[in-house]
Design a protein around this ligand. Structure first.
Ligand SMILES: C[S@@+](CC[C@H](N)C(=O)[O-])C[C@H]1O[C@@H](n2cnc3c(N)ncnc32)[C@H](O)[C@@H]1O
Length: 226
């Protein structure tokens, strides 16, 4: 079962970890960065595409994009004002649109050729997963692509116990006790099957769903041409 998100003000929580958020790269032994790169590689060509990075945090995905001058437009969306300030500072070399708001409550968004979302859905409930997938489908242009990346519970109990120990002791001790609050969400997140099923019922095609390095899953799917 998913932890009760009602008892945790997630926006405040993400604000509170924003300054230390970049530690995820070395605390994960750079596997989060590697996974973001592999997820971005699902998109064969960003040239002339409009790109939206959802739950964009401190701008990790956008910083990994190459040849940004060839990209038609880059937008980010996140509700954490502190994550957004850090992203703005880190991406000050780039002309991009930063949307601050809750994805579920932000209306009148444009449509996009590429939607990226990494490590932003682990706190979602079953109901919000359906809402998320329907909304993403509506935001994709014909032939548009979505790439979703998330941490999931390892299949082995031994590895789950190790991950729990690592996050709750090593990461929490060195980088802040607040990181402990993430483990229950990862533990409850067995796979991305609900997203896959929902995208399938939204008739997204070319769907690829893979588990990588035991604890990450990636979904890449396309909207039909017409
Ligand atoms: C774990 S961080 C991931 C950041 C980044 N995408 C990455 O790859 O590291 C999750 C981000 O999702 C944002 N977030 C979570 N739920 C959201 C929602 N409903 N609307 C907007 N942002 C949300 C949080 O503020 C946080 O910055």
């Amino acid at each position: 079962m998913k932890p009760n998100t009602a008892s945790l003000d997630l926006n405040n929580y993400f604000n509170s970890i924003s300054n230390a958020y970049s530690v995820n790269e070395y605390a994960s032994l750079y596997t989060t960065r590697l996974m973001r790169k592999l997820a971005l590689n699902c998109i064969t060509d960003f040239k002339d595409k409009s790109v939206l990075d959802l739950m964009s945090g401190t701008g990790e995905n956008i910083r990994l994009l190459k040849n940004t001058k060839d990209i038609k437009s880059i937008s980010t969306l996140d509700y954490s004002s502190k994550m957004n300030s850090i992203a703005k500072e880190k991406l000050k070399y780039l002309d991009f649109e930063q949307i601050e708001g809750d994805f579920f409550k932000t209306n009148h968004l444009k449509t996009y050729d590429v939607i990226l979302c990494s490590f932003g859905v682990k706190t979602f409930t079953e109901k919000s997963i359906t809402e998320f997938c329907n909304k993403v489908n509506g935001l994709l242009n014909p032939n548009g692509e979505i790439v979703l990346l998330e941490l999931v519970k390892p299949k082995s109990q031994l590895l789950t116990s190790f991950l729990k120990f690592y996050l709750n002791n090593i990461v929490a001790t060195f980088y802040g006790k607040k990181f402990k609050q993430l483990f229950p969400f990862i533990e409850a997140n067995k796979n991305l099957n609900t997203f896959k099923n929902q995208f399938t019922s939204n008739r997204l095609s070319d769907l690829r769903h893979q588990r990588k390095f035991l604890i990450y899953e990636v979904i890449h799917a396309k909207k039909a041409l017409g």
